[in-house]
Design a protein around this ligand. Structure first.
Ligand code: NAD
Ligand code: ZN
Length: 353
């Protein structure tokens, strides 16, 4: 199995259609596109602009609740019904749900056919499109079924993001912030200068920043493809973040993955300060910035026990110790850090309303 992605397999462009046209020009087999209802409406016409090849298209219902076996069966049946064979290509046009699920369906159909990812949300462009993780949920277990499998190409075009709502922009931006905190001041400084106000977003500049985020993640993934050590730096903000995500899940106050990670980063920065001496002024600036963009989670001391329990159940924790990636400074992550119940409660204190 190939555990890496070559540099040339991720393309940054302002015309995904043009890139795909070139790729398909030499393609001998049948071509299929998978989308969800939103990427069909907002992105498919733009992607099809330059294409002249016959393409079979399937659109599935959007949302995390459809990232399941029933939809994968629907995709396999669609491929089968339309005569897909080992030489066929599946293009996944959509957010992380479509890229993860389409990647998995392609990797398992006839023991694996080629696929291309065309991520259309900021989160999927900076995160889900890199690293080779594909999969679906099983009942309430997230990404329980899946495999490592790499697309032949990832085509990243920030033009698709123009129809994305603020909540989804902010969700992806949180992962970019995470990349900056683990990589260094230079990228963090660039991100902080980006104007995220509605109508002000510069998609050309965003493409450059997305590229840097992808390169940061790619470098880490290449050094540790199977998540044995270094890759855990990507978990910064996620131990507490996953707890917030699960805590609010199914409630009217449900929050996006990125918002949960932003809250998680705030809490883990506090922990980084108390345990590893993360600089005080940078902590204050970071907390103010995160609060300005994402607000504060509506939890209080009576919820800390439940949040702590969710952290101890996180699958990335060995035994029942809570495992964190913390920072000595911006760009200086330390994996496999642990904290006591009191220390975790302390960091949640700083993060709650
Ligand atoms: N494979 C990985 O390494 C990895 C990493 C991070 C996240 N993920 C997965 O990604 C998923 C989350 O991704 P997501 O946030 O992109 O969610 P998503 O795919 O559900 O997309 C969010 C929403 O945006 C809509 N949408 C997509 N593109 C649009 C566009 N251009 N304009 C308007 N609306 C658009 C979608 O239909 C959906 O309603 C999760 O399932 C998560 O597990 C995977
Ligand atoms: Zn994440």
């Amino acid at each position: 199995m190939i555990y890496s992605q070559t540099d040339s397999s991720i393309i940054f462009t302002q015309s995904a259609s043009e890139e795909l046209k070139q790729l398909l020009a030499g393609w001998k087999g049948k071509v299929f596109i998978l989308s969800d209802k939103n990427s069909e409406k907002y992105c498919l016409p733009k992607l099809m602009e330059k294409l002249d090849k016959e393409i079979h298209h399937l659109s599935v219902n959007e949302g995390e609740q459809h990232k399941n076996t029933a939809t994968v069966v629907q995709i396999w049946e669609f491929l089968n019904r339309n005569g897909a064979d080992r030489k066929s290509l599946l293009i996944n046009l959509g957010g992380g749900v479509i890229c993860d699920m389409g990647g998995f369906a392609a990797s398992t159909f006839k023991r694996g056919i080629d696929f291309v990812q065309v991520p259309t949300t900021l989160l999927s462009q900076v995160d889900a499109s890199v690293g080779g993780k594909t999969g679906i949920n099983l009942n309430s277990y997230k990404n329980e079924i899946g495999c490592f499998s790499f697309p032949i190409k990832v085509i990243i075009d920030t033009g698709f993001l123009q129809t994305l709502d603020d909540e989804n922009i902010l969700s992806g931006y949180a992962e970019m912030l995470k990349h900056a905190y683990i990589s260094g001041e230079a990228y963090l400084g660039q991100l902080l200068r980006l104007d995220l106000a509605e109508g002000k977003l510069d998609y050309g500049l965003l493409l450059e920043l997305v590229k840097q985020s992808v390169q940061i993640k790619e470098k880490i993934v290449l050094a540790d493809p199977m998540e044995n050590g270094l890759r855990k730096v990507l978990n910064f903000g996620h131990t507490v973040g996953h707890a917030f995500e699960s805590f609010f899940m199914g409630k009217p106050s449900e929050i996006s993955h990125g918002k949960a990670v932003a809250y998680g980063m705030a809490a883990e920065l506090c922990l980084s300060h108390s345990k590893l001496g993360f600089p005080k002024e940078k902590l204050a600036q970071s907390l103010a910035y995160i609060e300005k963009l994402y607000g504060k989670p509506s939890v209080g001391p009576s919820n800390f026990g439940a949040l702590y329990d969710l952290m101890t159940h996180d699958k990335k924790n060995e035994a029942s110790l809570v495992n964190f990636t913390l920072l000595k400074d911006v760009g200086a992550p330390m994996i496999d850090q642990t904290a006591s119940r009191e220390e975790v409660f302390g960091c949640l204190e700083g993060d709650s309303v």
